[in-house]
Structure formats: C-alpha cells, structure tokens
Design a protein around this ligand. Structure first.
Ligand SMILES: C[S@@+](CC[C@H](N)C(=O)[O-])C[C@H]1O[C@@H](n2cnc3c(N)ncnc32)[C@H](O)[C@@H]1O
Length: 280
C-alpha cells in the first residue's frame, strides 16, 4: 500500500502525526509487555544469560505483563516490548517541534539520528517530512545495527559500561527497514549508515544537518557523533541529546564538547532524560 500525500499544515497532517506517534510508542495499548531489565551481575541476570546462550538463534525475550502506564510511556521510561521506539511521546513530539521549526524558518539540512535501535524516531522524522510535503531532505539512520560497542579504553567515562551485553539493543538493518515499510515510509529519502560511529560518521556523505539527534547512550557514542557532525549543523538547526539525564557519560560528553567549542547556547529540557539546544 502506498501512503497518500497529506496536504501541508492541514488538520489531517496533525492527526496523522499524532496517530503515528501513538503507534510508534504503542501509547495507550492496553497491557503491552515490557522487556525486563535485570540488575547487572544479579542472580536473575546470570540465569537469563544462560537462557540466552541456550536459545542463541531464536527470538526469546523476557517480558512482563503490565497495565499500560501513561506516565512511563509519555516520558520514555520503559522499553516497550514491541514498539518501534523507546523514547516516549514527549521526545517524539520534540522531534516534530524541531523539524517544523527548521521548516518554518527555512533552516537548510537533513535529519540524522545516531542510535536508531528499531528505527521509530527516524520513522517519525520521515513522517513529519512527508506530512509537510518535503521532498528535498533526507532522514539518516546511523547505527551499528548490532548494539553498542564494548568500551575500548579511549574514554574513562565508559569504563565498565555494560550496554554492549544487551542483545535487545542489536536490531538488524532488515528489521529496521521492515519497520519503516510497516508505515509506508521507506523510500529514497531514508538512508542507513551502517557501522560504528567513529568509522561511519566522519565519512558520511551528508552535506548539511538541520536536526542532529544523538541517542547512542555512552560517552564515546555521543562524542563520536558530535565531533564529525556538529560543524555540519546549520545555524538555526537543533542538537537533541536523548540520554543527557539518563546516562552520566553522555552528559559528560556533551559538557566536554560544548566546553571545547565554547558553545553557550541554552540547554532546554524535554523530559527527565532528553535535552536540546538550538545552534546560534
Ligand atoms: C538507546 S538505543 C536508541 C533508541 C532509539 N533512538 C529509539 O528511538 O528508540 C541506542 C542505539 O545506539 C546504537 N549505538 C550506540 N553506540 C553506537 C556506536 N558507537 N556506533 C554505532 N551504533 C551505536 C545501538 O546499536 C542502539 O541501536
């Protein structure tokens, strides 16, 4: 099925985007399960690792049934078992607000997310462009598509980081493309950058960025995206940091980078975790 173009700024476009955001976060879906996270090195985590090893090639996950919790899903506090994004409604709305702001102000450039997981936030960005009839901007989807890297000793802040052990964060390119297809939003305005950020981003064929969204969790994954991409962000463009309030190393990378570049643009909170600034 091909998506029908939506008239720019129409009420229907707004309703389409609201609905897509609810679908992508599974907002309001009664009793959806949530992937369970075990404390590292706990007895449960040890048992779960054994199960994972025993069922390595199969899609076996631990989920818990629960009532839908609006507060958690609005603020991206859970890992929905099936949703295409974990960022929650407020951070999705922020993507829409930033994109609509650059469109209204004629700020040139593309959208890029560094750290896409199942692709939901990028799918939403593509939907926003579609709803506004934008045909000359690309959505770049940057990810290893195999989870987070093992700390390689380059950054002290990442020492002991265990994100790389979470296989739930390894989502293949095929799965992400299927997710785009589910919403009729996979087309030539969507480009995947496959590999580790420190290898793919410096050479990425991106000319200009209007909205840069960082969602790589770790210090290294944040700084490895900021260093090669920040200078491509147009004046008036936005830098969004998903994990600022959630992962200490990420916040430290943002502070270190801003200090090294003398960036004083105000940091605005989105929710308990996300922040953004507008490049002056
Ligand atoms: C928290 S998830 C992103 C969530 C996603 N933005 C959403 O909408 O739900 C982090 C993602 O970053 C990717 N990632 C983290 N560090 C990376 C790196 N250095 N290179 C490539 N991918 C990385 C992981 O593979 C994972 O998919």
């Amino acid at each position: 099925m091909t998506a029908t173009p939506v008239p720019t700024d129409s009420e229907a476009a707004g309703l389409y985007l609201d609905l897509i955001a609810k679908m992508l976060t599974r907002y309001g879906f009664e009793g959806r399960n949530v992937t369970v996270r075990f404390e590292p090195r706990s007895y449960e985590s040890y048992l779960w690792n054994l199960v994972r090893i025993a069922t390595r090639d199969r899609d076996v996950r631990v989920v818990e049934s629960g009532e839908f919790d609006a507060e958690r899903r609005e603020n991206g506090r859970d890992w929905p078992a099936d949703a295409e994004t974990m960022v929650g409604m407020k951070r999705l709305l922020n993507v829409r607000t930033c994109l609509e702001s650059v469109l209204a102000d004629g700020v040139p450039g593309d959208f890029i997310e560094t750290g896409a997981w199942r692709g939901g936030t990028c799918i939403f960005a593509r939907a926003v462009l579609k709803a506004h009839g934008v045909t000359d901007r690309t959505v770049w989807v940057a990810d290893s598509f195999e989870g987070l890297p093992k700390p390689d000793g380059r950054f002290e802040a990442d020492a002991g980081d265990e994100h790389h052990t979470k296989i739930e964060l390894a989502i293949s390119t095929e799965q992400v493309e299927d997710n785009f297809r589910r919403y009729d939003l996979l087309d030539d305005q969507v480009k995947l950058l496959v590999g580790w950020f420190d290898e793919t981003l410096p050479a990425a064929p991106i000319e200009q960025i209007a909205v840069l969204r960082l969602d790589g969790d770790m210090y290294g994954s944040t700084i490895d995206a900021l260093e090669p991409l920040y200078d491509k962000v147009a004046v008036g463009g936005y830098v969004i940091v998903d994990d600022y309030g959630a992962v200490k190393g990420c916040a430290q990378a943002v502070h270190d980078f801003r200090e090294s570049r003398g960036i004083t643009d105000e940091l605005h909170p989105i929710d308990w975790a996300g922040v953004y600034w507008r490049k002056s």
